[in-house]
Ligand binder design. Structure first.
Ligand SMILES: [Zn+2]
Ligand SMILES: [Zn+2]
Length: 258
């Protein structure tokens, strides 16, 4: 059995829980240790039973909780060598460092993991494909645009947690300073509702993807209902089997059991 749950999502912090057989991992730890403990408690999981924390990239909304977690718990932290170099400021104990390279599969307990590079303004950002038995779960946030490489990596996902960061009009006419708008909308910034929706439509049509969680929604430049409707508007007839949900920013989502 796989249990999947998004604990926190958005620029105020990201963390996602995946459990398969006796293996339990977190992707990112971008909120306080206390909030992660609280989130996991709602799933009846204690942080000291987590086998690994996989880090997508060094931005603080993905790494904020790591220092306290490493001070209190003995959990291996996985990141690419370049991301490790960027995270040196966090002063995480050496014995918890585990390095992986993108495009090289590795195992964490019963899970196989493949990280792949994504276009984002961090030093070595990646997304993850997690293989649990015959199921594939993909976690892909902080993506400036969906390149053909990224698309091909997402193909085959049974469950996809995909960034749907901003609505283009809301961003353009919103109150953010120009440089920030430019950064977000750039090819190495964040993914718009429109791009996420087109990606989901294509994955549905070409690969049969039916289970999607829209994630990392901007508080200022998006609305959950708008992100949701943008996906639906891609379809002439929305297929019954297509499940779209929105990752909540600051509360524990429903647990997906597969
Ligand atoms: Zn980022
Ligand atoms: Zn982020």
């Amino acid at each position: 059995m796989i249990r999947f749950c998004n604990l926190y999502s958005g620029s105020s912090g990201n963390s996602t829980y995946i459990e398969y057989n006796n293996t339990r991992i977190l992707i990112d730890a971008g909120v306080s240790c206390q909030k992660i403990v609280k989130g996991l408690a709602e799933l009846d999981v204690s942080l000291d039973t987590i086998d690994a924390i996989l880090i997508t990239h060094e931005h603080s909304d993905h790494t904020k909780g790591l220092t306290t977690i490493c001070n209190k718990y003995d959990i291996p932290i996985y990141a690419t060598p370049k991301t490790w170099a960027q995270m040196s400021l966090l002063k995480l104990p050496e014995y918890n460092h585990v390095a992986f390279n993108a495009n090289e599969k590795f195992e964490v307990g019963d899970l196989s993991v493949l990280a792949f590079p994504i276009p984002h303004d961090a030093v070595d950002p990646c997304a993850f494909k997690i293989f649990a038995g015959d199921k594939q779960i993909s976690i892909a946030t902080d993506i400036g645009h969906v390149s053909e490489d990224v698309y091909n990596n997402l193909a085959g996902s049974d469950v996809l947690l995909l960034e749907s960061n901003y609505d283009s009009n809301t961003l353009i006419y919103g109150h953010y300073p120009y440089f920030l708008k430019k950064r977000i909308a750039s090819d190495i910034g964040h993914l718009s509702n429109e791009s996420a929706s087109k990606t989901i439509k294509r994955l549905h049509d070409e690969t049969g993807l039916n289970n999607v969680i829209l994630a990392h929604l901007s508080k200022e430049n998006n609305f959950p209902e708008l992100a949701y409707q943008t996906v639906l508007s891609e379809f002439d007839n929305v297929p019954n089997e297509l499940k779209i949900s929105i990752a909540a920013r600051d509360k524990i989502d429903n647990v997906l059991v597969i």
